[in-house]
Design a protein around this ligand. Structure first.
Ligand SMILES: Cc1cc2nc3c(=O)[nH]c(=O)nc-3n(C[C@H](O)[C@H](O)[C@H](O)COP(=O)(O)OP(=O)(O)OC[C@H]3O[C@@H](n4cnc5c(N)ncnc54)[C@H](O)[C@@H]3O)c2cc1C
Length: 371
């Protein structure tokens, strides 16, 4: 028995994606019930780097749109969300990567992004802690950082939103069954539970991609941009085997976040020493001074990876009333605002801000065919 609808929309998952969807629904005056199981969330594990990535046109469109939306939201965000527009500095270690930087520069400029190519000297002047011998870099000024768990909490602060601790164990039409046996119903359900989506919808093509991170003690002023090696695009983002890439981010506290690793087939939370060591060696290779700093914590998180790296945003083709906002891989903090806008445009019949096709769940045959 589910009784009368308890909200206009039930959102399953209070990570950054579910929170962004709830926020936008509440802004339109809809009553939203957000159910969250309190499990290990990628939102709490990630780096909170807001960046434009351009592996393919759809990723570029969604990340560019979303980074702009974060800049707009940041005007109202409290300080504990730790938003900063500090820019990304893509690092080219050799001539080949410098050519990648130049191609990226052209593409991003064509899309109206504010960016600048730096030669070796300009790069060293910009970030003196980098090792000598790098070929140059590309600075993307509009990128930023934030503390995603607090941003998610901020997004959920609305009299139209009720956040309830509860685990959904079954979805049936427009109703959900909770672990205590209670059924709840609404006009629409949004599934935004990240890497756990397959437990409720086994037909979704989502795999866990584990990542390690480490944070240092406070060392203010060492670097100002988020530093990412250009090899990241080939060695980490697209790889299927375990991979690492230097990714070093200055936090407003003066701490440094060090990432990033990626591996499939391991979804245990444990920090794996060999992987952590590999990741740190890579970061130290770009910023030698890191070797002398104190680390205070390392941890892991799971990214929800779809086969083409893009999220699934839209109504489940075989389950009317169930709307999907899952599969954000390593970019879900960045793309949460755009994901919410694209999903709500479909749900509420509004004009979408971007072409929807690349993100529709029915692009995957297994989802299309699900009975
Ligand atoms: C190591 C690492 C680094 C990253 N760095 C970045 C970065 O720098 N920039 C970036 O943009 N992205 C980054 N990401 C990716 C980003 O963190 C994720 O894409 C994003 O947080 C996904 O948010 P989500 O809301 O979809 O899922 P999650 O944050 O995982 O939230 C899912 C929520 O669903 C709840 N839930 C699960 N099952 C149920 C259930 N049955 N019933 C009710 N609730 C349930 C959980 O309790 C959880 O709160 C990183 C990820 C990792 C792992």
């Amino acid at each position: 028995m589910s009784g009368p609808p308890c909200a206009d929309v039930i959102v399953i998952g209070a990570g950054i994606v579910g929170a962004a969807c709830a926020h936008e629904l509440a802004k339109r005056g809809l009553r939203v019930l957000v159910l969250d199981a309190g499990r290990r969330a990628a939102t709490a594990a990630g780096m909170g780097h807001l960046l434009v990535l351009d592996d393919n046109p759809a990723e570029l469109a969604l990340s560019q749109y979303s980074v702009q939306r974060w800049r707009d939201w940041a005007r109202d965000m409290p300080e504990d969300c730790a938003y900063r527009q500090n820019g990304t500095l893509w690092l080219a270690a050799n001539a080949e990567e410098m050519a990648v930087a130049e191609a990226k520069y052209q593409l991003l400029r064509e899309h109206g992004l504010d960016c600048q190519l730096l030669g070796a000297q300009a790069l060293a002047a910009c970030e003196p802690e980098l090792r000598t011998g790098l070929h140059g870099g590309l600075k993307v000024r509009g990128d930023g950082i934030l503390y995603a768990p607090n941003a998610a909490r901020w997004l959920l602060q609305s009299p139209h939103i009720e956040l309830r601790p509860a685990t959904v164990v079954e979805i049936d039409g427009r109703r959900v069954r909770l672990a205590d046996g209670q059924w709840l119903s609404a006009e629409a359900l949004i599934l935004a539970n990240g890497v756990y989506a397959r437990e409720l919808c086994p037909e979704l093509p989502i795999e866990a991609k584990k990542g390690h991170l480490l944070i240092t003690d406070r060392y203010p002023g060492r670097i100002s941009h988020t530093l990412v090696e250009l090899g990241y695009v080939s060695s980490a983002h697209n790889a299927s085997g375990p991979s690492v890439a230097a990714n070093i981010q200055p936090r407003p506290t003066g701490q440094l976040f060090i990432g990033a690793s990626r591996q499939f087939g391991s979804d245990s939370p444990e920090v794996e020493g060999w992987m952590l060591a590999k990741m740190l060696r890579r970061a130290v290779d770009y910023m030698p001074g890191l070797a002398g700093l104190n680390a205070i914590r390392s941890w892991t998180g799971l990214r929800a990876a779809s086969p083409d790296g893009l999220p699934l945003l839209g109504q489940h083709p075989q389950r009317p009333g169930l709307w999907l906002a899952v599969g954000h891989e390593g970019l879900g903090v960045t793309t949460a605002p755009g994901s919410a806008d694209l999903l709500l445009a479909q749900l509420l019949g509004e004009t979408p801000p971007l072409a929807l096709e690349p993100y529709l769940p029915q692009r995957f045959p297994g989802v299309r065919a699900h009975a």
